[in-house]
Ligand binder design. Sequence first.
Ligand code: WQD
Length: 323
Amino acid sequence: MSWLVTGGAGYIGAHVVRALVDGGERVAVYDDLSTGSAERVPGGVPLVVGSVLDGAALEDAFRDHAVTGVVHIAAKKQVGESVERPLHYYRENVTGLQTLLEAMTSAGVDRLVFSSSAAVYGMPDVDLVTEDTPCLPMSPYGETKLIGEWLIGAAARAHGLRAASLRYFNVAGAAAPELSDSGVFNLIPMVFERLAAGEAPRVFGDDYATPDGTCVRDYIHVRDIASAHLAAARRLGDAPEGTSLVLNIGRGEGSSVREMVDRILKVADRQDLAPQVTERRPGDPARVVASADRAREELGWSARHGLDDMIDSAWQGWCHRHG
Ligand code: WQD
């Protein structure tokens, strides 16, 4: 098959592109370079600079690169920003996906792997979140991902699309320093930033109903996220018309903020900076950990990389970017 990866010049997209290429798939990247960078696209992989809001440009890309399937990663992904700019998030993430689905339908491209998020669950009150846990997103960002899944489900039923929506849990790490996340919006890079400023890392609340009082998440290496896309792409190859899978992509293991911060301080060799407990951050659920059973059953996929690998590689990336 021949895949168009939207958002392929971004942090997660660049890893997915490499996994597909290494898996022997043909790949072209479609990215508006608003947050991605052309340097992340490997040599030999064509880059089309365009917006997912431009249906004609998408159809041109399908034709020019003989596309048979799309991996749709391009999206806005900052939860806080989505609260400030909900209409922007709805346009980019929902109208963008709708435009893509219309272009795919009119061009006869009928395979889609979609980047969804654990943000669709909101504040789940369960030990392990399964795909059947009720979805009650707490932010416009999470809403756009859930609506995206609905759009895809409807297109699968009506137009025979074969699709997999992958609900990523907390993504971290890098396959190489130059592929690391350049944003500072999540726990690991936020701690690095504090350390770089010579400040103690912050723990947002230690009075949650969890073993050490700090929030528990399911951190997963971006290389595992990437291999899940390759597995999903292959799974869709011979799937019947109308197949629409929704799969958690996590490790199925919880780690607390305190545990993460301790590990990060060790890797960065800054154990002198004792973590500082501050107020809770509004909207944070106490615990969000995946059941990864369905992805294993449907894709034969499971995560291979652990926390040390995630934190070490994220640190190498930080040092690469900040000297
Ligand atoms: C993790 C934990 C913080 C920084 C978000 C989105 C989710 C997905 C991943 C997009 C929380 C705590 C953080 C700090 C801290 N995004 N923390 N001190 O909120 O689980 O998930 O990013 O696709 O949809 O909601 O991730 O990395 O921001 O926070 O104590 O300096 O670390 O309170 O408990 P989160 P995060």
